[in-house]
Design a protein around this ligand. Sequence first.
Ligand code: HEM
Length: 206
Amino acid sequence: MSAPGPDTTHAHFNLPARLLHWTMAAMILVMLFVGIGMVSSISVRPVLVDLHRPLGIAILLLACARLFNRLRHPPPALPADLPRWQAFAAHASHWLLYALMFAMPLVGWGMLSAGAYPVVMWSGVSLPPIAPHDPVVYAVLRTAHTWLALLLFATVLMHLAAALYHAWVRRDGVFPTMARGEDRAASGPDASRDIVAGKPELSNRV
Ligand code: HEM
């Protein structure tokens, strides 16, 4: 039996993909601001740290479900007239976002493990360490957590800018593929003009 090939018969992301996208978008934004709050406030730090750990692990679990769904259900093709560099930027940034959705929680979990801190989810429930107790490993992972968070911030902002560019400037039907479960053909007179149905080698697939 062969692996599932590109599916060009649909024009929007499936329901699990859309639910995971918007839920995780909100969770990741909350996490970024909770992280900043944690390191810049002493008074609210304990509450925020208690929120940060389980929410981060929830993002890791949802990222697993999302990757599984993404591999089983390839996304709709990008418009065929999208400049090649923009299609490349879309593919690269989407895979970078996937990588960061895994890396951020794993680095956070790993750094607490290396620092010999308990990775408490909620009262009485802790995760096992995933890294050896080592101050050097802790220092490396602690720094990585900050830099990866900055990279995630920047990538999320670029992703948002690109989504709005598709929605408001190009109006090419890309935004509704994630915003609604509606076919591109139904979202505007010219919206479906460039979908390369049935030509996977020409479609700008993520
Ligand atoms: C998508 C997941 C995550 C995001 C977006 C995220 C984001 C952040 C950000 C922005 C900071 C502030 C960084 C700084 O200013 O240096 C931070 C700090 C921190 N994160 Fe995460 N994080 C995630 C997952 C986790 C997980 C799963 C854990 C642990 C289980 C964790 C533990 C920590 C700790 C302990 C700090 C503060 C360390 C300190 O104050 O010294 N993070 N995180």
